[in-house]
Write a protein that binds this ligand. Structure first.
Ligand SMILES: CC(C)(COP(=O)(O)OP(=O)(O)OC[C@H]1O[C@@H](n2cnc3c(N)ncnc32)[C@H](O)[C@@H]1OP(=O)(O)O)[C@@H](O)C(=O)NCCC(=O)NCCS
Length: 328
C-alpha cells in the first residue's frame, strides 16, 4: 500500500520547496501549453508569488512530505467580500504537486487545509486547477468541487469578414450616453439560468459613474461597435497581470457585451479582430479572458472565438451544519 504523505503546516521555511514544486508544474504544463511563460519554470520566479500569498492576512497553508521530500503544497487566504460571502481562496499558484506525485495527495492536502478554514467559518471554498492536469482536476471533483470560472488564452491571429452595417472605433468619455444600455448586460447575463451568479441590483445604477471613470483610465483600451450613432457592442482591454498562466505581455479582455438583439452577428469577433491587431502592434502575442462556465451564451461564444482554458476556478460550498454536527 502506498504511504500517505505527512501533512504539516506551511511556513516561511517551506517557501523554497514550494517554489521548486510550482516551477516543476510549470515545466510539466508547458509540455502541453508551450505558450505559457517559460520564466516560471524557474523557482526564482515562482517564489515571490508564493511568498506574497503567505503574507496575505489570515493566510493558511499545508505542505505534504514523504519523509523530508516535498510532495506538494496548498496555500490560500480568507476573502470575505459581500459577493463571495465568508470565503477562502487558493489561486492557481496556491497549489502544486511534485513530478509523479499521486493526485490523491491533493485530497490529503485539502483535508488539512480546509479543516482550518471550516473551523473559522469559511464554508465557501475556491481552488484552481488546470485542465491540462486532468487527474488533478478529477481529484478535486472527487472531493466535491465543481467548475465555476474558466481562465483562458488565445493567440492574436483572428480574422473576420469586413464589418457590414456597423463601424468599429475606440470608445471615449463622450460615448457614455450611448454606452449606457450596454452597461448592465454582463450582470444580467450572469444572473440568468443556469449560471445564477448574483450581482447586487442596487449596484447597477452606479455603473454609469464607474464607467465614466473607466473610459478615462489611461491603461484601458475600449473598442466600440456602432451603427447610426447607437452603441451595439463594446470590448475593453487592459494589460494582463503577469503570472504562470499568462503569456508575457498579454492583453486582458476584461469586459465584453453586445446588445441582446445584435448577438450572433459577428460584432464581438469584429471588435476582437480590431483590438488584436492593435495588441500585436504593441508587441503582445496573446489575449486572456475569463468567464462563468455556466453562463451558456458566454461560454459558447468564447469557446467559438478560440479561447482555450488554462485553468478553472473550482468551488465547493460546505454544509454549515457541520459546525455543530461533527463530534468534537
Ligand atoms: C459573449 C457576447 C459578448 C458575444 O457577443 P456576440 O456579438 O454575440 O459574438 P459574435 O456574434 O461575434 O459571435 C462570436 C462567436 O460565438 C458564437 N456564438 C455567439 N453566441 C452564441 C451562442 N449563444 N451559442 C453558441 N455560439 C454562439 C458565434 O457563432 C461566433 O462563432 P463564429 O465567429 O465562429 O461564427 C454576448 O453574448 C454578450 O454580450 N453576452 C452577455 C454579456 C457577457 O456575458 N459578456 C462576457 C462577459 S465575460
Amino acid at each position: 500500500m502506498p504511504r500517505s504523505p505527512e501533512i504539516v503546516q506551511f511556513g516561511a521555511e517551506h517557501l523554497d520547496a514550494a517554489a521548486e514544486l510550482l516551477a516543476a508544474r510549470q515545466r510539466r504544463l508547458r509540455q502541453r501549453r508551450p505558450e505559457l511563460p517559460a520564466a516560471y519554470e524557474h523557482a526564482a520566479a515562482c517564489r515571490p508569488l508564493i511568498a506574497a500569498l503567505l503574507e496575505k492576512g489570515g493566510a493558511h497553508g499545508v505542505m505534504a512530505l514523504h519523509g523530508s521530500r516535498p510532495a506538494g503544497y496548498l496555500l490560500g487566504y480568507p476573502r470575505p467580500e459581500p459577493i463571495w460571502g465568508r470565503a477562502c481562496w487558493s489561486p492557481i499558484e496556491g497549489s502544486a504537486l511534485a513530478d509523479g506525485e499521486d493526485p490523491e495527495t491533493i485530497r490529503d492536502l485539502y483535508a488539512g487545509w480546509s479543516e482550518h478554514f471550516v473551523r473559522t467559518g469559511h464554508y465557501r471554498q475556491y481552488v484552481h486547477a488546470s485542465p491540462d492536469d486532468p487527474e488533478l482536476t478529477a481529484a478535486w471533483v472527487l472531493t466535491g468541487f465543481g467548475q465555476m470560472q474558466a481562465y483562458a488564452i488565445r493567440d492574436l491571429d483572428l480574422s473576420a469578414a469586413e464589418p457590414a452595417g456597423f463601424g468599429v472605433r475606440r470608445a471615449v468619455l463622450d460615448d457614455i450616453e450611448i454606452l449606457e444600455p450596454l452597461l448592465p448586460l454582463i450582470a444580467h447575463a450572469l444572473m440568468r439560468p443556469p449560471a445564477y451568479a448574483i450581482s447586487f441590483p442596487e449596484e447597477i445604477p452606479t455603473f454609469r459613474d464607474s464607467w465614466a471613470e473607466e473610459l478615462e483610465e489611461p491603461g484601458a483600451r475600449h473598442f466600440l461597435a456602432e451603427r447610426d450613432g447607437r452603441a451595439l457592442a463594446m470590448a475593453s482591454f487592459y494589460d494582463a497581470e503577469p503570472g504562470p498562466m499568462v503569456p508575457q505581455g498579454a492583453w486582458e479582455l476584461a469586459v465584453a457585451m453586445t446588445l441582446p438583439e445584435e448577438r450572433g452577428r459577428g460584432l464581438m469577433r469584429a471588435l476582437l479582430v480590431t483590438a488584436f491587431a492593435e495588441a500585436r502592434r504593441s508587441g503582445a502575442t496573446h489575449c486572456e479572458t475569463d468567464w462563468r462556465t455556466a453562463a451558456l451564451p458566454t461560454h459558447r461564444s468564447w469557446t467559438a472565438l478560440g479561447f482555450r482554458p488554462t485553468h478553472y476556478r473550482m468551488h465547493r460550498h460546505i454544509d454549515e451544519r457541520i459546525a455543530w454536527a461533527a463530534p468534537r
